[in-house]
Design a protein around this ligand. Structure first.
Ligand code: SAM
Length: 195
C-alpha cells in the first residue's frame, strides 16, 4: 500500500522553498487553465499549496472544492482559507476512492503529488470522471520515477505512460504535457463531450 504524506512527514514540508522551486504553483495553474468563475475540484489538496493561488485564479465568482482524506490537512487548510478570507473555497473530506459530490459539477479537476498515494487510482479516476462535466478536464501532476534527488519512494511512483493508460481506461482522452521542472510529469485527461 502506498504511503500517505501525513503519516511520515510534517505538513509544513508542502510549503518548503525547494518544493516551490521544483513545483511552481504558477506552472500548475497555467496547465490547468481554469477560467475565472469556473468550478475546480482539487483532490488531495493537503494544506493548500496550490489551493490558495487557485482560489485567486478562479476568483470569487468561481468555486474551489478542496478535498482530502486526512482530517489534519483539512484543519490546516481551513485555517489558511479563513485567514485569507477565501469564502469560495469549499472543504470536503473524501473517502479513499469516492468523492461525496454530485455528478457533473466541476469544470476542472486537479491532483498534484497525490496520484502516487492512491490505493486504487482506477476507482478514484472513475469518480473524478463522474464529477466532471462533459468537456471538462483533469490535470494530474506527479513525481517522475526518474528523478532521484528528492520525493516519495521510487517504487510507489508511476510513470506518465502508466498514468495515461489509467486515465484512458477511465474514459478520458489523455494528453501528455510539458512541465516546468524535470522532477514532475504532467498529464491532462478530457472527459469527452456528449453528442
Ligand atoms: C504530497 S501531499 C500533496 C498535497 C497537495 N496536493 C500539494 O500539492 O501541496 C498528498 C495529499 O494527498 C492526500 N491524499 C492521499 N490519498 C488521497 C485520496 N485517495 N483522496 C484524497 N486525498 C488523498 C494526502 O492526505 C495529502 O494531503
Amino acid at each position: 500500500m502506498p504511503h500517505k504524506f501525513g503519516d511520515h512527514a510534517p505538513w509544513s514540508r508542502l510549503m518548503h522553498e525547494e518544493r516551490q522551486r521544483m513545483l511552481p504553483a504558477a506552472g500548475v495553474l497555467e496547465l490547468l487553465a481554469a477560467a475565472p468563475g469556473s468550478t475546480v475540484v482539487e483532490v488531495g489538496a493537503g494544506i493548500g499549496y496550490i489551493t490558495l493561488p487557485l482560489a485567486l485564479a478562479v476568483g470569487p465568482a468561481g468555486t474551489v472544492i478542496a478535498t482530502d482524506v486526512a482530517d489534519e490537512a483539512l484543519a490546516h487548510l481551513k485555517a489558511r482559507v479563513e485567514a485569507e478570507g477565501l469564502g469560495h473555497v469549499r472543504l470536503v473530506k473524501n473517502e479513499e476512492s469516492r468523492l461525496p459530490l454530485d455528478s457533473g459539477v466541476a469544470d476542472r479537476a486537479l491532483l498534484v503529488d497525490v496520484f502516487h498515494e492512491l490505493e486504487d487510482p482506477a476507482a478514484l479516476l472513475a469518480d473524478v470522471h463522474r464529477v466532471l462535466r462533459p468537456g471538462g478536464s483533469i490535470l494530474v501532476v506527479d513525481w517522475d520515477p526518474g528523478w532521484t534527488d528528492a520525493g516519495p519512494p521510487h517504487h510507489e511512483r508511476l510513470t506518465r505512460a502508466a498514468a495515461q493508460e489509467l486515465l484512458e481506461a477511465a474514459g478520458f482522452g489523455g494528453e501528455p504535457l510539458a512541465f516546468a521542472h524535470p522532477s514532475h510529469w504532467a498529464l491532462r485527461g478530457t472527459r469527452p463531450r456528449q453528442r
